[in-house]
Design a protein around this ligand. Structure first.
Ligand SMILES: Nc1nc2c(ncn2[C@@H]2O[C@H](COP(=O)(O)OP(=O)(O)OP(=O)(O)O)[C@@H](O)[C@H]2O)c(=O)[nH]1
Length: 599
């Protein structure tokens, strides 16, 4: 077989190091898109992604490039999500490639995410092409970055290509390196169809579109195919490539990256990492690396208006069709009524789903404090999985509780190392290794409980280091911990939505913090409102909100009826956004405020 002229590669980089800009330049250079089109930044499709400045979904692009050797190559660029919540998707996209451009901002240097991403690329045996971007910036220090590549990442420094994605410097060199150094795809000699699904989207008109990399054999319209994980068979309706728009082709062959449309009903059927094969002549084994995606973070989501329950359910169903990593189950709570227990890959994923419910479906929702999954061994020897404080067992029945832990890599300027170690300690973690990266920075390797980095760890790291610190993490199993359930009592009644599972040593400080926050967001009532944090029967923190005196209409002396009506209407409006808990009205945004704002 002649050597294939196809090259499959992706770009890995720390957030903001210029991945999207480089992708645009590569597409312009190869005339895949025009300059005008690129300003729309085709790769980052969702508004939310653009707003948050991060890439969530992978959008592959096929380019044609006439290289200096005179040959015309087919280059497939696979974009990877830029956030740890989606590291499984990153790994699956990388597995669909033979090489990766490792992009480093020459003014910033190597970051924690660069290290973590490189681990992922090495795990897939990819050829790494280092690119030092933003050399147009006065602060760019190419030589220093070359040393970092050698010292930290063990990448030969002379391989690095200096570039400016913004000014279009080094683009041709990068394309030549892709052609010369990224290996051509090699097909399995048995030529049976093996295509790995590295992403899938739901299109309202076409149903599920699976993004695939064909490793061997071929796939075309009308063929009957099978997916390994579900063992379901389908008839292929269309295959094609991304130019970057979806463009139908007669067939996809070994080495190709493209899409397959079969009649699947939800994204859940096309599981990321699964292998597609021919149903009459299947390959004996699926491609390696498939894992069922497990949510890591759980939270309750409830409609503010209980009558919106069905609409919320429909909205969640629609989101799930497109996002198999999001799970939801009905649950009810005395405080919040009927709602859903939802599972997410991480906190960013959770934020995205909540935002989409609000924006795309106009849903007014309340979310409860996020929780991780705890493993509990009871005194009778039975095992329990708890992801919801409501189902936390009675203290006296618990033999041992284990919580999920993560390995965290933190890179900070040397001067902040003391503060950083303090923060890790506060978060119940330990530093296992410190390594000097260059004359400026150190890398701390730490072990931390996942629950402690969920909410504000990254924000704290950023503010502590004035934006210069960076972190990344990977899951590292479970470890025993003394966790307890803490309830918040408002005017004597527990409000389940604020119940949390916390470490025993932190219950008091956490309770105080939560009570303080609630004091700020719950309005005054006609009576004194007590806010208490309780563990078991014991109150560990308390606050109180003094009583309100005035009646809003008191000033109106019956004279001006329109003004009175207006006031009452305003009050009604205000009431609508409140929820009654026992005798106390809690504004819906209290839940969000308490959940979101840092300490
Ligand atoms: N000066 C300069 N700025 C650049 C260069 N490349 C990218 N930028 C800027 O850096 C910022 C981040 O670039 P993006 O391409 O959005 O970064 P990204 O890596 O795709 O970000 P994520 O999608 O969050 O991973 C933008 O403001 C770009 O204009 C460059 O070569 N020089």
């Amino acid at each position: 077989m002649p050597t294939s002229l196809t090259r499959n590669f992706s770009i890995i980089a720390h957030i903001d190091h210029g991945k999207t800009t480089l992708s645009d330049r590569l597409m312009e250079f190869t005339q895949t898109i025009t300059e005008r089109e690129s300003s729309a930044q085709l790769l980052d499709a969702m508004d939310l992604e653009r707003e948050k400045g991060i890439t969530i979904k992978s959008h592959p692009v096929a380019m044609t490039y006439k290289a200096k050797d005179g040959q015309t190559y087919k280059l497939n660029l696979l974009d990877t999500p830029g956030h740890v919540d989606f590291s499984y998707e990153v790994a699956r996209s990388l597995a669909a490639c033979e090489g990766a451009i490792l992009m480093v901002d020459a003014a910033q240097g190597v970051e924690a995410q660069t290290v973590a991403n490189l681990h992922l690329a090495h795990a897939q045996n990819l050829v790494i092409l280092p690119v030092l971007n933003k050399i147009d910036l006065p602060a760019a220090d190419v030589e220093k970055c070359r040393r970092q590549l050698e010292d930290i990442l063990a990448i030969p420094a002379e391989d690095a290509i200096p570039a400016s994605a913004k000014q279009g410097i080094g683009i041709e060199e990068i394309l030549e390196a892709v052609v010369q150094r990224v290996p051509a795809p090699v097909e399995n000699p048995d030529k049976l169809l093996r295509a790995s699904v590295f992403d899938s989207i739901y299109d309202t008109y076409r149903g599920v579109v699976s993004y695939v990399r064909v490793f061997s054999g071929s796939v075309k319209k009308g063929q009957r195919v099978k997916l390994f994980a579900t063992n379901k068979t389908y008839e292929v309706k269309e295959v094609g490539v991304f130019t970057p728009k979806m463009t139908a082709r007669e067939k996809l062959v070994a080495g190709d990256v493209g899409y397959v449309i079969a009649n699947m009903k939800s994204a859940d059927e096309a599981k990321i990492g699964d292998t597609l094969t021919d149903s009459t002549h299947p390959c004996p084994e699926p491609l390696p690396g498939y894992k069922e995606i497990q949510p890591m973070v759980f939270s309750g989501i409830y409609p503010v208006e209980s009558s919106d329950y069905e609409a919320l359910k429909t909205a969640m169903g629609k989101l799930q069709i497109n996002d198999a990593a999001f799970t939801f189950m009905s649950e009810s709570s005395t405080a919040l009524g009927f709602g859903f227990r939802c599972g997410f890959l991480g906190l960013l994923h959770m934020e995205i789903i909540q935002e989409r419910l609000r924006r795309e479906f106009n849903m007014d929702v309340i979310s409860t404090y996020p929780s991780v999954i705890y493993q509990v061994t009871l005194t009778d020897g039975s095992e329990l999985i708890v992801d919801n404080p409501t189902f936390f067992p009675e203290a006296q029945t618990i033999q041992e509780i284990r919580e999920p832990i993560v390995n965290v890599y933190i890179m900070v300027p040397g001067e902040y190392i003391g503060d950083m170690m303090q923060l890790v300690l506060e978060k119940r973690g330990e530093v296992t290794n410190t390594e000097t990266i260059d004359d400026m920075r150190v890398m701390l390797s730490c072990v931390l409980p996942l629950s402690e980095i969920l909410v504000d760890f990254n924000d704290k790291l950023k503010s502590m280091t004035r934006g210069y610190g960076s972190m990344d993490y990977e899951h590292a199993g479970y470890r025993a911990a003394k966790m307890v359930k803490m309830d918040m009592l408002i005017a004597g009644d527990p409000v389940e939505a604020f119940s949390t599972i916390v470490h025993r040593d932190k219950a008091e400080s956490y309770g105080r913090m939560l009570a303080g926050k609630l004091k700020d967001v719950i309005p005054q009532h006609l009576f004194v409102v007590a806010i208490q944090a309780a563990v078991g029967g014991k109150i560990v923190a308390r606050e109180s909100i003094s009583a309100m005196r005035k009646n809003v209409t008191a000033k109106c002396y019956g004279g001006d009826i329109t003004r009175k009506r207006k006031l009452l209407e305003k009050q009604k409006e205000g009431k609508k956004k409140m929820k009654m808990f026992g005798k106390v009205n809690i504004p819906q945004d209290a839940f969000i405020k308490v959940l979101k704002s840092g300490d």
